[in-house]
Design a protein around this ligand. Structure first.
Ligand code: CTP
Length: 408
């Protein structure tokens, strides 16, 4: 059933790589699974393979130009209609263009003209793959929620052995089936996600904050929305764009975050506190800029409201999920927090580990729940980590429905 793509419309973007012939195999499988697939080719892709091959297999017109006479293209309605944009193979060129919003041909224009989630499977020379410019562009795309299926190691067109081969057909299809074949398993839920740091003012120009980027919380908001939930994202200051379809409330301080969460509490069925809320704030923020006078300066701090602790008393049947970013003794600290805050689950991460923590696109987390069970996830993109966190929450929810809830 999961491999059933009936009713789904996929835009398959093909770019100029020797691996372009593999997109024919991908297309065939997508069509076999019942998807409607519209192929868009860049001009360099046509140097490797003809549009006719795709046209025959997709039984649909293949688009290659912005100046195509079709209605769908002239009004870019195609971009609004598709459920997913899959670019396979994706060259370094297309990755760079999309990461920087350059829309100078049909494919790059369609990508920026609609809300559909995007999946890219890069293929290129090993040196190009490892180049810092490409890696930075991938990181931009990752931050925007684009799922990247990394290339594999093996013999390349250049004759060298390196990482750069298009991921296997099976891997690419698994991602498509996983994302589109997934049921709307959070339909009917209102998920409140908090994300990012808070800023606690010292005076009008200074504040106390932390290194949270908000990426993990935003990935969770995006994933929950994608699974059919109504999502309210209460966000501290970040530079991240609001995910499509998510209601975002921007806040600055812990107090404002508390008020925003409480203001939406009645509608909430699942709370995910991914925000790194400041624990202390200046007791007397100055109304004017503090001037130096050469002597030592002491700042008196007071605790901020502990949002989770406050909500615990009014939880009702809601699911509460917290985060614990630790630098030592992860398991014990996280378990203590889980109990102290009365959580159903805590997402623990050791931020000293390479590939985990603040401002990165990957994370390594352990999910500890109130049953005492632990699931250690490997290093994954934050988008994938978010999916796994939601999978686990759904599992716990169905157990709790069946009467198995240790907290209540
Ligand atoms: N949290 C909260 N309100 C606060 C501080 C934290 O709701 N004022 C939430 C965080 O969003 C997170 C969880 O509580 O989901 C754990 O946050 P953390 O700062 O790690 O825990 P603390 O209880 O503040 O413990 P400590 O900072 O001493 O480790």
């Amino acid at each position: 059933m999961k491999d059933d793509l009936r009713g789904k419309h996929i835009l398959l973007g093909v770019t100029g790589s020797i691996a372009a012939y593999k997109s024919v195999l991908i297309l065939r499988r997508l069509v076999q699974a019942g998807a409607q697939v519209t192929v868009v080719m860049t001009s360099s892709a046509q140097q490797f393979i003809t549009p006719l091959t795709f046209q025959v297999l997709s039984r649909r017109p293949v688009y290659t130009s912005l100046f195509d006479s079709s209605e769908e293209i002239r009004h870019l309605t195609l971009a609004e209609q598709v459920d997913m944009i899959l670019i396979a193979p994706a060259t370094a060129n297309i990755i760079g263009k999309i990461a920087h919003g350059i829309a100078d041909d049909l494919l790059t224009t369609l990508v920026t003209a609609g809300p559909a989630p995007m999946v890219m499977a890069p293929a290129m020379d090993g040196e190009m793959w490892n180049h810092p410019v490409l890696q930075r562009n991938l990181s931009i795309l990752n931050g925007l929620g684009v799922q990247i299926i990394p290339p594999e190691e093996g013999p390349l067109a250049s004759g060298k052995e390196a990482t750069g081969r298009l991921a296997s057909e099976e891997k690419i299809l698994a991602v498509v089936f996983d994302r589109l074949g997934r049921k709307a398993d959070l339909k009917g839920e209102t998920v409140l996600v908090t994300a990012g740091p808070t800023q606690e003012p010292i005076d009008p120009v200074r504040y106390l904050t932390n290194r949270s980027s908000g990426k993990m919380g935003y990935a969770l908001a995006r994933a929950a929305q994608w699974r059919g939930a109504r999502v309210i994202l209460v966000s501290g200051p970040t530079h991240l764009p609001c995910p499509a379809g998510v209601e975002r409330i921007l806040v600055r301080t812990a107090e404002e975050m508390r008020d925003a969460v409480l203001g939406h509490w009645a509608a909430t069925t699942l709370l995910i506190m991914a925000a790194a809320v400041a624990d202390y704030r200046p007791r007397h923020p100055a109304g004017r800029k503090i001037k130096k006078d050469g002597s030592d300066f002491f700042l008196e701090l007071e605790p901020t409201p502990d949002i989770l602790a406050e909500l615990r008393a009014q939880r009702g049947s809601r699911i509460l999920v917290g985060f614990a970013a630790e630098t030592e003794d992860l398991d014990r600290q996280a378990r203590t927090k889980l109990e102290r805050k009365g959580l159903d689950m805590i997402v623990a991460n050791d931020v000293t580990q390479e590939g985990a923590g603040f401002d990165l696109d990957t994370n390594i987390v352990t999910l500890i729940d109130a049953h005492g069970e632990t699931v250690a996830l490997p290093r994954l993109s934050k988008a994938e980590t978010a999916e796994r966190i939601l999978d686990r929450i759904i599992e716990l929810k169905s157990r709790s429905k069946a009467g198995d809830h240790p907290l209540r």
